[in-house]
Design a protein around this ligand. Structure first.
Ligand SMILES: *Cc1c(COP(=O)(O)O)cnc(C)c1O
Length: 232
């Protein structure tokens, strides 16, 4: 666990919110269209508490095991977001505990989540993770397979697909990430053109380094760790 400076978190949240508001204004948007997810991986529950005290109730973790260790000790109002790769053997607790699973990256995982959610009498809310750029991440659907996977998964009765998520390749200049953000939005719009009665409002894209560009390109969910909690 890192030794996060708790006294900085309120200032950091305020600054991030100002930057979101400024980027929104540039794009003709309003900040209420954007959910700030504070990414608390490697940071202690005290840091999560500090974020909640600033009114940040959406908390992201990239490992199920780490999240399960924190959830019982965190404020009950927290909405937990799973933002890392989900292995099938961790799907059951994920169905139980996460408000939104950002990382559905295969038909097999979608099928498993649908089955477990059905058994639990629930509907799980998910995003489809898309892999953009050559060596972006190990995980994610290829853009070419996205339409077929979406067509399959949208019919699963216990899954509700709300949109798309991506982790673009790291670029030192955030401007260089802009085409990937734009591509994710285009992929979403193409799905909606095929399924005009569907709604896919969420685009989970933008991290500490590039969230303002993401807001300009239509992000509705930002996943921000370092800019709120400090270095890991
Ligand atoms: C860690 C992580 C983030 C946050 O990254 P920062 O650069 O610290 O803001 C966002 N998304 C995912 C998937 C992550 O694993």
């Amino acid at each position: 666990m890192s030794s996060v400076n708790l006294s900085c978190i309120a200032d950091n949240v305020a600054l991030v919110r100002e930057r979101i508001a400024a980027a929104s204004a540039r794009a003709g948007r309003t900040p209420d269209q954007i959910t700030l997810v504070a990414v608390s991986k490697t940071h202690p529950v005290a840091a999560i508490q500090a974020a909640v005290d600033c009114g940040v109730f959406d908390i992201g973790e990239n490992r199920v095991q780490e999240a399960l260790g924190k959830i019982p000790h965190s404020p009950p109002q927290v909405r937990w977001h799973l933002i890392g790769h989900l292995q099938g053997n961790k799907a059951k607790p994920s169905v139980e505990h996460f408000h939104l699973i950002h990382t559905v990256d295969s038909p097999a995982l979608a099928r498993r989540l649908n089955h477990l959610a059905g058994a639990a009498g629930k509907v799980v809310t998910v995003l489809l993770q898309v892999k953009l750029g050559d060596e972006a991440t190990k995980f994610g659907l290829h853009p070419e397979e996205l339409p077929a996977v979406y067509a399959l998964v949208r019919d699963f009765p216990h899954l509700r697909v709300r949109g798309l998520m991506t982790i673009p390749p790291f670029c030192p200049d955030p401007e260089d990430v802009r085409p990937f953000f734009r591509q994710l939005r285009t992929l979403r719009d193409e799905l909606l053109a095929r399924f005009p009665d569907d709604t896919l409002p969420e685009l989970s894209m933008g991290m500490s380094h590039d969230f303002e560009v993401a807001v300009e390109e239509g992000a509705t969910i930002l996943r921000i760790g370092t800019a709120i909690f400090g270095a890991r």
